[in-house]
Design a protein around this ligand. Structure first.
Ligand code: ARG
Length: 457
């Protein structure tokens, strides 16, 4: 098969060399974007009188037939034609004759592929934002149902202070809100047109870059043709935002794995999001949460991969840049899949409220309440901390908890302790009263839920 760029060659590459250099096995994912970009380009060529309106029209019609076929999955590609751009151009010419060869006037595959990538990521970013919303809604729904569900809050994975389960879930809501903002923020840089930059230096044809940008819904054009064809920052931004998002999902995944263990038994995942063991009949494994925790690694890898590909590349296009695609496609698949799974998993999980509450009672996570109690009565906090520390030690020796001590024992530790101390030690009261801004107090959570809902509308 003759190469579309074969003019100056006297010898053809061996098949395996062609195969090694080809990107069609993965860049066929860009078929619709490539056709969309070509249609805008050819319309512009016609409007600017660079080719006749008639030729432009017949090329456009041919491209629309290809669009139709692409939608119906009817296109077959050849490795010999290297990539999606050359495959489509060749199909066009097969269909409408040599006039198809006019499509590439004033354009290069370098600005063409950059345009495709911008169009592709623009679409995918919208989808990712939508899926983040869905996961946030799942978190909100569970949080609303569990404002008064008490659980131990942890630092160092040691029980620290009791909190509301809603408050814990909402922490992830706000992480996702920042993730969403990062994707939204990146949209303004995705939405810029590289089309018309040519191979690297622009073109001698009187093209209208603003027109193609407008036809493609871009908000502006790259100012510099060299930058336009060599910029992959927008992909790096997508991969960075995705890495941070996956890190958040991985942390939640880890908690879900812990919570569904026999040691915690705080939640039970729905069967639809768990798997069994081929040998141990009793097992119900949180596979999906584990897998997402694991997949976080590949997204980081994709980010590091592309950063490394781009590092030290001279301007402008280099074939190295063909390596920008697989990691991007893989990240889109991983992130969208993970968000969908998580939304379903959160929504359908059962919360073992009794077990959570019991966990807040059989421990010392109410010790801070006791120290705050004394400090509320004028004792310097450091002193209160010391006194309560001694009381905890007494309990450890007696093998009991703070609420089990008698009022005499409390008074012995400090005369300012009164009978109301038992109410203060109640974990529910402890949570309820933490009403500083952003705290776990019920009033604060209700406020936070309102704010969160307002964000979702
Ligand atoms: N398949 C190529 C890529 O993805 C398209 C651009 C090729 N340009 C070139 N001058 N070889 O990067």
């Amino acid at each position: 098969m003759k190469k579309l760029w074969g003019g100056r060659f006297t010898k053809t590459a061996e098949e395996w060399v062609d195969e090694f250099g080809a990107s069609i096995s993965f860049d066929q994912e860009l078929v619709l974007e490539d056709l969309e970009g070509s249609i805008a380009h050819v319309q512009m060529l016609g409007k600017c009188g660079i080719i006749s309106e008639e030729d432009a029209e017949s090329i456009k019609k041919g491209l629309q037939v290809l669009q139709e076929k692409a939608h119906n999955n009817e296109l077959e590609y050849s490795v010999k034609l290297e990539d999606i751009h050359l495959n489509l151009e060749s199909k066009l010419t097969d269909m409408i004759g040599p006039v198809g060869g006019k499509l590439h006037t004033g354009r290069s595959r370098n600005d063409q592929v950059a345009t495709d990538m911008h169009l592709y990521l623009r679409k995918q970013t919208v989808q990712v934002i939508q899926l983040i919303n869905e996961m946030q809604n799942a978190l909100l729904t569970q949080a609303k149902a569990h404002v008064e569900t008490i659980m131990p809050g942890y630092t160092h994975l040691q029980r620290a202070q009791p909190i509301s389960f809603a408050h814990h879930l909402m922490a992830y809501f706000w992480m996702l809100e920042r993730d969403k903002e990062r994707f939204q923020e990146s949209q303004k840089r995705i939405n810029v047109s590289p089309l018309g930059a040519g191979a690297l230096a622009g073109t001698t044809f009187p093209i209208d870059r603003e027109l193609t940008a407008e036809l493609l819904g871009f908000q502006g054009i790259y100012e510099n043709s060299l930058d336009a064809v060599s910029d992959r920052d927008f992909i790096l931004e997508f991969l960075s935002a995705s890495s941070i998002l996956m890190m958040h999902l991985s942390r939640l995944g880890e908690e879900i794995i812990l919570w569904s263990s026999q040691e915690f038994r705080f939640i039970e995942l729905d069967d639809a999001f768990s798997t069994g063991s081929s040998i141990m009949p009793q097992k119900k494994n949180p596979d999906m949460a584990e897998l997402i925790r694991g997949k976080t690694g590949r997204v980081y890898g994709n980010l590091m991969g592309l950063l490394t590909v781009l590092k030290g590349l001279p301007l402008a296009y280099n074939k190295d840049m063909q390596e920008d695609k697989e990691g991007m496609f893989d990240t889109v698949k991983t992130v969208t899949g993970s968000l969908k799974i998580f939304a379903g998993m959160i929504e359908s999980m059962r919360v073992n409220t009794g077990q959570m509450e019991t966990a807040t009672k059989n421990d010392f996570s109410n010790a801070t309440e006791l120290a705050d109690y004394l400090s509320g009565k004028g004792i310097p906090f450091r002193e209160s901390h010391e006194i309560v520390g001694q009381l905890v030690l007494t309990c450890v020796k007696k093998q009991c908890y703070l609420a089990d001590l008698s009022i005499e024992e409390f008074k012995e530790a400090h005369p300012l302790f009164e009978k109301d101390i038992y109410e203060v030690l109640n974990p529910v009261t402890a949570v309820q009263r933490r009403n500083s801004a952003g705290g776990t107090g019920f009033e604060q959570i209700k406020l936070a839920l309102q704010k969160a809902e307002a964000k979702m509308n």
